[in-house]
Ligand binder design. Sequence first.
Ligand code: AMP
Ligand code: FES
Ligand code: ZN
Ligand code: ZN
Length: 319
Amino acid sequence: MHCRTCGDKAVINMRQHKLALCKTHFLTWVPEQVERTIRRYRMFTHRDRLLVAVSGGKDSLSLWRIITGLGYTADGLYIGLGIDGGLAYSARSLQYAQSFAQQHQLFLHIVDVQTEYGETIPELAERTHRGRHKPCSVCGLTKRHVMNRLARQGSYDVLLTGHNLDDEAAILFGNTLNWVGSYLIRQAPVLEADRPGLARKVKPLCRMYEREMGAYALLAGIDYIHEECPFAAGSTSIYYKELLNKLESDRPGAKLSFYLSFLQASRSGLFSPSADERADLVHNCPECGQPTSAPGRCIFCRMFVVHEDKLEYNGIDLI
Ligand code: AMP
Ligand code: FES
Ligand code: ZN
Ligand code: ZN
């Protein structure tokens, strides 16, 4: 197999694009694709201050590398979740994020959930009974809250996450299987800051296959945590990814066209807000200021109520 650009030996064959490339041309092709996505969806410009949420994994570290390589100014944010146990998953992923930042002389914010809010994610899940064995939903909610808070406090224009096409297609698959209209209308490459207290969020890797990002990290020499979060094993999102990969291997390009057709349908107004998405039901949490449709305080602020004695929020004692 030969590189389409120079004819040298190819290192990757992307059947979905009918494209094989050598290392040099693959390492220029990936940033070009990301830049096209940034422009196509009007994600941000060179004047914007960007905040990249970095988990220490291949996607978010590659994203940070790619956008700074393209000349954008971007700080990083790592959220310490306290998922440690025998594998020291959080401690090790922090090390990868920190050494990447040092190596490339980039600024990394570190928010440790236990230090700031008094409990690790597994402890929080246990106490609130919101997933004693699988803290993933509590974890997702906390990450979204912290990302939004940091983006606003630091006056960043845009928050970037490393979700790739496989992530987006798996989320979409779950949302269409269960036909969750309110999630479908909020799934997009760009989420505008259309409510007070909300940061603008974008996913510049949404058109990149996970396989392409894995190859990029490897070929670009990016050191990242290879293990998944220990709680991810057996998750529905991994199951959906496997199903979609089966489809993809028989029909190259199926994942991309599933996602892109959805975006097209979405633009043409196929999905409309459900009752709980209606703007008149959303208000700002009196505690943290972030938008919520829950009555009174948002779910995040309620989760921490029992530990008020330990809790300091944004530097203000709550009791
Ligand atoms: P995940 O939800 O683990 O699939 O991660 C999706 C994206 O969320 C990643 O690409 C990162 O941009 C961001 N992210 C996940 N975990 C963290 C973390 N601990 N700290 C900062 N950002 C994270
Ligand atoms: Fe949050 Fe696994 S439970 S990363
Ligand atoms: Zn080449
Ligand atoms: Zn709140």
